[in-house]
Design a protein. Structure first.
Length: 522
């Protein structure tokens, strides 16, 4: 086909279209699963501390392999690497739909995340290579549309499929799209391989994977039901020890090898180091809270999966509207201004979520999400400009890539930490309510008697059976109230953590107005 020849004027646009397909499904699977968690928990009969790994495993592997994508693509070729990444992701999606328990699903999500971790950066590199400098900003803008659309429509699509088909369908739907993306890659893209590629830092890669995985295991399993020893059990202490050893090896390797897996020396730049700390906090709070909200909506308020997905739709739309405005404000004035407003709005949105109850109205659910969409739009571009102000031109590509790594790892920690808070605080509130309820008191007896009469009148059961059901109803209500209180506690922690990020923003230096920084952000 003439239009697909690499010298034809339309070739680069066909390449962009093929890359957007992979980008859409890779980002989609980071958001679509959240609304499926209650259904998956019910299907496998598992708990929050176990099911959180369905999300955490994907994001963790995504973040770990992302820095390795450039080296792999330079050695194997960018078209071949992108095609292989799509194949791995699609195959992982197929396996996820066949999962027979939560352990198999988590393992298959690791395969998915491995493929997705290559799709995003390699696809972006292909787009940058094919478009001239004066068109790259526009091309990456279109590329970003695919990612933004996934954030907005992922939970909505997932909710519809769960309600009308099954939770397995959220993975099965990736298979035909992935196959189409592989076919488009084969017939559209040309191959490119770097003339010379640097040595791969295997020690840095392995030590980073070990210390992050061991630390997340310790954080998420400390309050697990199977872990009767709690935080002082041999398993938890061993995980912490392995994590510390892995971290020490990782730091040593990255500071001594010629071509480190992660360029830690970039963090010596004040703006870059502080801004990545803010990105970590942002990822921790945002992904952790996004993990909790569908659980609350479906388990406590009785939302269907589709209704729970629908509430997230305005977030991506508002982010897409506000982002270019924030970019223009940053160019015209001080980038710290919109970043400051964004982090404050983010903290306020989390605080509003911490006041939810079993009787929260729809408007009370949506207002924090509106604020969150605006906050996200105000944060990304200004923080990127602030981070890159002191980075040399030849290191901006690697510095930009580290943003995604830090944010993804922050998100993994957020889900693990918020899952831990949810479990721990649920136990605490159950104990507090249990102490407050006096089963021999006149108030309890009156409520139980009225409930028993209602149950007997509606179901026609015996008085003894109705009394047992009344006590079970009270116990279930206490459990629901404890769960909501623990969700509120987790959102309050997110609000405090986000508010803390205000102070680092005040310390950031104002970026210089130069084309290099702007081009890197675009």
């Amino acid at each position: 086909m003439p239009s697909l020849h690499h010298e034809h004027a339309s070739y680069k646009w066909w390449v962009l279209l093929s890359i957007m397909i992979g980008t859409f499904i890779a980002v989609l699977d980071a958001t679509i699963v959240n609304v499926a968690l209650p259904n998956i928990m019910a299907s496998f009969g598992t708990t929050v501390d176990k099911i959180e790994w369905v999300v955490t495993a994907y994001m963790l592997v995504f973040g770990i392999v992302l820095p390795a994508s450039g080296w792999i693509a330079d050695h194997l070729g960018y078209k071949r690497t992108y095609f292989a990444a799509l194949f791995i992701f699609t195959f992982g999606s197929f396996l996820c739909g066949l999962s027979w328990d939560e352990t198999s699903l988590i393992f298959f999500r690791v395969i998915q995340g491995f493929g997705a971790g290559f799709i995003m950066p390699v696809g972006m590199a292909i787009v940058i290579r094919e478009f001239p400098v004066n068109q790259r900003g526009m091309a990456l803008g279109f590329w970003g549309v695919a990612a933004a659309a996934s954030v907005s429509f992922g939970p909505l699509i997932g909710g519809y499929l769960i309600d009308n088909v099954s939770w397995q369908a959220i993975f099965d739907v990736n298979v035909p799209v992935g196959i189409f993306g592989m076919f488009a890659t084969l017939i559209i893209q040309r191959e490119y391989r770097a003339a010379a590629a640097r040595n791969f830092d295997f020690l840095g890669f392995i030590s980073m994977a070990v210390f992050l995985t061991a630390l997340l295991l310790a954080l998420s399993e400390g309050n697990a039901s199977w872990n009767t020893g709690g935080w002082t059990s041999n398993f938890i202490l061993t995980c912490f020890a392995i994590s510390v050893i892995g971290f020490i090896i990782f730091i040593y390797a990255e500071l001594t090898v010629e071509h480190p897996f992660v360029e830690l020396k970039l963090f010596a730049d004040f703006n870059f180091g502080v801004t990545n700390l803010i990105f970590f906090i942002f990822g921790l709070s945002l992904f952790g809270s996004t993990f909790l909200l569908p659980l609350y909506l479906q388990n406590s308020l009785g939302y269907t999966a589709y209704q729970a997905g629908l509430v997230f739709l305005p977030v991506g739309i508002l982010q897409g509207i506000v982002t270019p405005v924030a970019g223009m404000m940053s160019d015209k004035w001080d980038a710290r201004g919109p970043a400051m407003v964004g982090i404050v709005l983010l903290a306020v949105s989390f605080y509003l979520n911490s006041t939810m109850s079993l009787f929260s109205e729809h408007t009370q659910i949506m207002l924090p999400l509106y604020l969150r969409g605006v906050a996200m739009g105000l944060l990304f571009t200004p923080l990127s400009l602030l981070a890159l102000t002191g980075i040399p031109r030849d290191r901006m590509a690697q510095a930009s890539g580290l943003f995604n790594v830090v944010r993804q790892i922050g998100g993994s920690f957020g889900i693990a930490i918020f899952g831990m808070i949810l479990t721990r605080r649920s136990i605490y509130h159950m104990a507090m309510y249990g102490q407050a309820i006096d089963v021999n008191g006149p108030m309890y007896k009156s409520v139980a008697a009225n409930l028993a009469r209602f149950v007997q009148w509606t179901d026609g059961n015996t008085a003894r059976w109705s009394s047992m059901q009344a006590n079970a109803i009270i116990g279930a209500h206490v459990g629901q109230q404890s769960f909501v209180q623990s969700v509120d506690d987790a959102f309050f922690v997110a609000a405090v953590v986000s508010a803390v990020a205000v102070f680092p923003i005040l310390l950031l230096r104002r970026p210089k107005k130069n084309t290099e920084t702007v081009a890197a952000v675009e």
